[in-house]
Ligand binder design. Sequence first.
Ligand code: ZN
Length: 258
Amino acid sequence: MKKTILALCVLSFCFLQVRGQFPRFKILAFYSENVEGAHVEFAEEAIIFFKKLTEGNGFVFDVTKDMNDLRTEKLKDYSFIMMLNDVPHSKEQRQALETYMENGGGWYGFHVAAYNDRSSNWPWFLNFLGGGVFHRNNWPPLPAKIVIDQSNHPVTKGLPSSYISPLNEWYQWKPSPRENKDIQVLASLAPENYPLGLKDIIPNGDTPVVWTNTKYRMIYLNIGHGKGIFSDATQNKLIIDALKWVVSSDKKGNVFEK
Ligand code: ZN
């Protein structure tokens, strides 16, 4: 009997030890099924991609379709939130995001997660993104040559100076976020892509593809339209390194060094 109790204690101690180390961090990903079909397709592939990364790595990738999960009490356990294909809508959701980000929270957004226009009426969000309002896009979706603007940043370190990104709808913003002193552009469309598109054409200009607002722990990637985004190894490295950077730059400490 005593031996059994002892064995149970040992087992539960081991369990507690393991629980103390894993998960190292938690991510909460928001996505919607009530958006453009190609944005749903992207989100579905993204969820599979990021879920695979959790295998054996000790982090949790939670997924929700409910934007009302954007509330302070819920977010406090998460290292960062990921916006796969939607933006906060209600006043409460927007306020929760502001509170979370102004207090050290993390944000990782794809494609339409930065969409805003004159009807958005959300100055905080516009400033958070660097001041760019949606200006124009190419159509149909096309592959494009991406150039790395900053090769010494943890998100882009080790990447070639350029690569071809798979089929995507590219958004151009006005003014370009690059004009904002708080914005660090890490990658953008190469000038030789222009004119880009057939039905809708981006004729010229500056199209940042990856950027961060240095006032926040955030990163935005312009990619996220349709299937096949995760079919390129170079771009996948960028996507994963962006995740690692958002997590590791948490002021609470770098979980990868614990
Ligand atoms: Zn799109």
